[in-house]
Write a protein that binds this ligand. Structure first.
Ligand code: ZN
Length: 412
């Protein structure tokens, strides 16, 4: 058996078992009794419901992972990539366009696989727990928009990488790194203005006590805002959130309408103070730098796997090509990508504590902030007691009880 085939299958199975074991541990660690901090926020019935929700979601992702792992291995073993390649070559284009057709076929297959799962998640699970507000029309439109955005942006990136590897030989990875980093930067700046409005309506927050409080707070912090917006998140889900986008003059704050309706003014300003904290402490900039470094590392390694004959044999390919090399490399890169994801999570959780710290020391209403965190947790039925391994591998935010503990330690 081809060594690369063994490695690829090994990576797929190891990843599958890792996720399954972690999910299993996570379910086990969901305790029956309510943590004292949440007495009065959860009644027994609702707390049970949140644990049911966790179990149902975990079971769902286990089934999905099992099916995707089996199908992927089958697709590799039965030469699915070669069939797609033969079909793409049938059009008789040069490498660039053949590559785009090849990538298009794989993308469509992935999307078709994902659709029934995403349908089930939205209209069965989220519906059952009272979160779902998505209409069939919104669901179809969302999927179409996402698909076309992926084709458009992904297509451009894919084409750039193929062209550089065709022409620049040894330096191709450096050019790819520079180009993709620029594209990433471009979207961090204009994404909020160009892409997010395709999915949500942004309405400037009307004159109100809330708006005045936010403006006063921002002024005190020397924080220039381009706008405070309300977005119509309630057309998809009752779940709530707030975020902050843009740089320099284009800093905007977006509040989910679902958030505004569930919290008091002081709670909302505390949440915003946390978001402003991320900006003040340059967390967004740091995470962009981190992702640029990770991208560079990926292109550097990719360099060694372009038109690698044994790797192509593992995927039962008749012909070598730069475009298929990119897909096969992605399989080998999975474990390294996981390492970068875990590192990213470590930084991100540290940043969350720092932003909480900023919110408390600048707005000085820790009780309201803790209240806001608790209400958010209950409203989203978040897991109060995730397993530490689950947190370490996949969480971008610390578990809420740890955050509350840290906030209380600050004001003692
Ligand atoms: Zn945060």
């Amino acid at each position: 058996m081809n060594l690369y085939l063994l490695i690829v299958i090994g990576i797929l199975l190891a990843h599958y078992f890792l996720e399954t074991i972690v999910d299993f541990l996570n379910i086990k660690s969901a305790r029956g009794d309510l943590p004292g901090e949440f007495l009065g926020f959860y009644d027994n019935e609702k707390y049970n419901k949140s644990q049911q929700y966790l179990k149902e979601n975990t079971k769902f992702s286990m089934v999905r992972n099992s099916i995707i792992t089996i199908l992927t291995i089958g697709f590799i073993f039965f030469g699915g990539f070669n069939l797609a390649d033969k079909f793409a070559r049938g059009f008789g284009f040069k490498e660039l366009f053949t590559g785009l057709i090849f990538a298009g076929i794989i993308l469509v297959l992935l999307k078709l696989f994902d659709l029934p799962f995403s349908f089930y998640k939205t209209f069965v699970i989220e519906e059952k727990y009272g979160f779902n507000k998505t209409s069939l029309k919104t669901f179809v439109l969302d999927n179409l928009k996402e698909f076309f955005l992926t084709v458009l942006i992904g297509g451009v990136v894919f084409a750039i990488v193929i062209i550089f590897f065709q022409r620049a030989q040894g330096f191709a990875w450096l050019y790819c790194w520079a180009a993709v980093s620029l594209i990433q930067l471009f979207f961090t700046f204009v994404g909020p203005v160009l892409i997010l409005p395709l999915f949500n309506k942004f309405t400037p927050l009307e004159e109100s006590e809330l708006k005045t409080e936010i403006e006063n707070f921002a002024k005190k912090q020397n924080f220039k805002l381009q706008g405070i917006f309300k977005i119509d998140a309630s057309k998809r889900s009752t779940k709530s959130n707030a975020y902050f986008t843009g740089f320099g003059k284009y800093k905007r704050i977006a509040l989910f309408d679902t958030l505004i309706s569930a919290h008091t003014v002081s709670e909302l300003v505390s949440i915003l103070a946390h978001e402003i904290g991320h900006y003040k402490m340059k967390h967004i900039l740091k995470s962009i730098i981190f992702s640029i470094i990770a991208t560079g590392f990926m292109f550097f390694l990719m360099n060694f796997f372009i038109n690698n004959r044994p790797l192509f044999q593992a995927f039962k390919m008749d012909n070598l090509s730069i475009y298929a090399s990119l897909f096969f490399f992605a399989f080998l890169y999975t474990p390294i990508n996981l390492v970068f994801m875990v590192l990213n999570g470590v930084f991100s959780r540290k940043h969350e504590y720092q932003a909480d710290n900023f919110a408390v020391s600048s707005y000085k209403k820790p009780e309201d902030f803790v209240l806001a965190l608790k209400k958010l947790t209950v409203a989203n039925l978040s897991n109060l007691t995730p397993h530490p391994i689950k947190v370490f591998l996949y969480y971008s935010h610390p578990p809420v009880l740890k955050r509350i503990e840290a906030i209380k330690a600050l004001i003692k």
